[in-house]
Design a protein around this ligand. Structure first.
Ligand SMILES: [Zn+2]
Length: 125
């Protein structure tokens, strides 16, 4: 399993993280799964998307029932690329993606399966 994001989606994630810094932000990832590749094509801002701290605060019952949602991405203003136990316990969709400070590009992006396995992330063309 690997993950592909478009340049446009990556730029939008970076802009969102920069705008909210030093607060943490979360976005829903929309896309499709094809032959073991999770292709992220679009982003959605969930209700109550910004929080002062902690990913666990996201109220899952407010999330849309939408099968095109492949996971979530949230920012780590701390700079850590590792998911917390809460991040994995509260995973929604197939992947947990993290954009870490300083939000420069793919080197600050990581994706994990629900069981905490790191998945390779690349740009789609
Ligand atoms: Zn986190």
């Amino acid at each position: 399993m690997r993950v592909e994001v478009s340049r446009e989606v990556l730029d939008s994630i970076i802009t969102y993280a920069l705008t909210l810094h030093p607060r943490e932000g979360v976005l829903l990832l929309r896309g499709r799964v094809e032959r073991g590749v999770i292709k992220v094509e679009d982003l959605l801002i969930p209700p109550f998307a910004t929080r002062g701290r902690g990913f666990s605060a996201i109220p899952l019952f407010y999330l849309p029932i939408d099968f095109s949602i492949v996971g979530t991405v949230h920012s780590h203003p701390s700079g850590s690329l590792n998911p917390s136990a809460e991040d994995l316990n509260n995973a929604y969709g197939r992947i947990v993606m993290i954009i870490a400070y300083p939000y420069r590009g793919l080197e600050n992006l990581a994706a994990y399966s629900k069981d905490g396995k790191r998945l390779p992330v690349g740009l789609s063309f």
